[in-house]
Design a protein around this ligand. Structure first.
Ligand code: ADP
Length: 597
């Protein structure tokens, strides 16, 4: 039973590794032509590189038989130099071709990873560590890049040199060549034994690399460093980094050493060649089976050509084995299914009126025991203002995030203009929905580009108009370069309120049919709050708006107030009706909005 199981698992792992190999091969496939050219160039370089050994043989044999002439020697030296020059030039062409292939494959991998990541739902990113993803796109692909280029090049060259040397060795003396062949099964056996530990050690290194990248990304980001400094945690962060860094060093050394033991073994095996020569070569010369020149030439080819390139080949195979964890980590990202799937026949709508309906929607975050939204049914007619109220954690943000399909509900449907959002083309949804969130993110670029992000074709007049409505005009006038001032992480830092007004201007420019707004007032001082109050009112007109409302004026003027508690819709209706019913809304009204009176 156990042996049967073992057999099955080893067959399965063989199949899996074949499939893995084929998959890696598909990336090389499109470059077959270039690889073939590189192989030809490498073969040419290898053959020409062996010419000096033959010239040496001619020298020695000429000397031994007293046939020495300066002209002949000069011609031989000239030939040798020409062969070496040709070999060098072909080697150059080979490098150019192979490095190009390596760089193209790694660029393609980075692109595929980025494209695939862009398709993932927001949920994927809330569950992944950013540094870990960065590490896979940069460190892992970067590692493969070197291997695909330099190592592949080295393998092609070494393979050609080994083959050419072997052929020449057989031509020179088949008896000695046969003895040297014993090296092949020995090299294969040691590679097989060393493969698994090398793979695992390298996988540990890549994982630790990802941990460090994640740590750096967290601590060195503006928000992270502010937190570290405000709590005076520099020493602790230094210690945390030191221990992660030391761990990386330890794993890296272990990984390099795992490969080195094999290399030492290989070098030892490489000694078998000269031993065979000493034992059998002298014997063959003594009984005149081969000439002394042949023995010298054989020794040169076997030492410089065969043994050293075979050792290089096995060293490269070790590097390839070490690169497999990087492929695995890249494939893990590429194989992660896209949770929010695009319909195979998406409905493309150029303009949507913006009515939104929730039909018995239930949504649970992955890995959470309780639904964040349970059996929500509501209807917002085109142009209506819906206020979402409820205690913190009630599900207001979750509800608003389901409209642009940041997540898909497990049960129920969300309809925009009567179309299930799952059937709509993602571009139609994105065009129809505009969001102003509590935390505004600005890219590190000019204010103009940030404002135009949702509507790059807007004119300067549109831009001025949007900024006037969002009460940004005086801020822009005060900035050193106006619209062209660099903002964002390393640029001019806008205050929380200013950033929120930029987000409002951005959405005014986009002019969406459906607006989602987290109307957090915390960032706004009373002056700017009053200033954008009228902008807000204008923003709501003519579009369906879902507002996580913190302001009584918004709630009061809403066409529909949806009161959420623990993911359930406990009440809905207008301000007056809900106050009369004396439920959760009237309690919240007393506590939450009292200060607004
Ligand atoms: P509100 O906006 O009303 O404060 P949320 O919609 O943000 O509430 O959250 C509703 C519930 O879902 C909360 O219990 C919250 O902890 C949980 N939640 C929010 N985001 C996630 C997430 N990405 N993963 C798991 N649970 C989440």
């Amino acid at each position: 039973m156990t042996s049967q199981f073992k057999l099955r698992t080893s067959i399965e792992s063989l199949r899996a590794s074949r499939a893995f190999g084929r998959r890696v091969g598909t990336y090389l496939g499109p470059y077959r032509g270039k690889a073939l050219l590189a192989l030809l160039a490498a073969a040419g370089a290898a053959v020409l590189g062996l010419a000096p050994a033959l010239i040496l043989r001619a020298f020695v044999d000429n000397l031994q038989h007293g046939r020495h002439s300066f002209a002949q020697s000069a011609a031989l030296v000239g030939l040798g130099l020409l062969a070496l020059l040709g070999s060098g030039l072909l080697g150059l062409a080979d490098t150019y071709l192979i490095v190009g292939v390596g760089k193209r494959i790694s660029a393609e991998l980075r692109q595929r990873l980025f494209d695939h990541l862009l398709e993932q739902s927001v949920g994927y990113f809330t569950q992944s560590r950013t540094g870990e993803l960065l590490s896979r796109v940069l460190n892992d692909v970067g590692g493969l890049d070197g291997i695909l280029g330099a190592t592949l090049l080295s393998i092609v060259t070494a393979l050609c040199t080994t083959t050419a040397a072997l052929v020449l060795m057989f031509l020179l003396c088949w008896q000695l060549s046969l003895v040297t062949l014993i090296l092949f099964p020995l090299v294969a056996l040691s590679l097989r034994l060393a493969g698994r530990p090398i793979y695992h050690r390298q996988r540990e290194v890549q994982e630790q690399f990802a941990n460090i990248t994640d740590q750096l990304q967290e601590v060195l980001g503006v928000s992270g460093i502010l937190l570290v400094k405000s709590f005076g945690r520099e020493d602790e962060e230094r210690d945390r980094f030191t221990s992660a860094n030391n761990e990386l060093r330890r794993l890296e050394i272990r990984s390099v050493m795992a490969g080195q033991w094999t290399s030492v073994g290989m070098s030892f095996l490489g000694l078998l060649g000269p031993i065979a020569l000493i034992l059998f070569g002298s014997h063959l010369v003594a009984d005149h089976t081969i000439s002394l020149g042949t023995l010298v030439a054989f020794a040169t080819v076997a030492g410089v050509g065969f043994s050293s390139s075979l050792l290089r080949l096995s060293g490269n195979l070790i590097t390839i084995i070490g690169s497999l964890p990087m492929w695995t980590r890249v494939f893990e990202v590429l194989d992660h299914p896209v949770e929010v799937q695009v319909s195979p026949h998406p409905i493309l709508v150029s303009s949507l009126a913006g009515s939104v309906e929730f039909e018995d929607v239930t949504f649970t975050y992955p890995g959470q025991p309780n639904p964040a939204l349970a059996h929500i049914s509501l209807q917002a007619k085109s142009g209506q203002l819906v206020a979402l109220v409820g205690p913190s954690g009630a599900g207001k943000t979750t509800l608003s995030n389901l409209i642009p399909r940041f997540y898909d509900p497990q049960q129920g449907r969300i309809l925009i203009d009567g179309n299930d959002v799952r059937d709509l083309a993602s571009s139609s949804i994105r065009n129809a929905v505009g969001m102003v969130l509590q935390d505004t993110f600005l890219f590190h670029t000019t204010l103009r580009e940030n404002l135009l992000y949702g509507c790059p074709e807007a004119t300067d007049a549109d831009l001025d108009n949007a900024c006037r409505h969002a009460a940004l005009t005086s801020l822009i006038a005060s900035l050193p370069d106006g619209y062209d001032t660099l903002v964002g992480e390393r640029g001019y830092r806008l205050s929380g309120g200013e950033k929120q007004r930029v987000a409002i201007a951005r959405v005014i420019l986009k002019d969406p049919a459906i607006l989602i707004l987290d109307e957090a007032t915390s960032h706004l001082d009373s002056v700017s709050e009053r200033a954008i109050q009228s902008a807000m009112t204008e923003l709501f007109t003519g579009r369906t708006s879902f507002v996580i409302a913190h302001r009584l004026s918004t709630v009061r003027s809403a066409d529909l107030i949806v009161v959420l508690e623990n993911g359930w819709m406990v009440e809905s209706g207008t301000h007056e009706r809900l106050l009369q019913s004396g439920g959760l809304y009237s309690q919240l009204h007393e506590t939450q909005f009292l200060s607004d009176f």
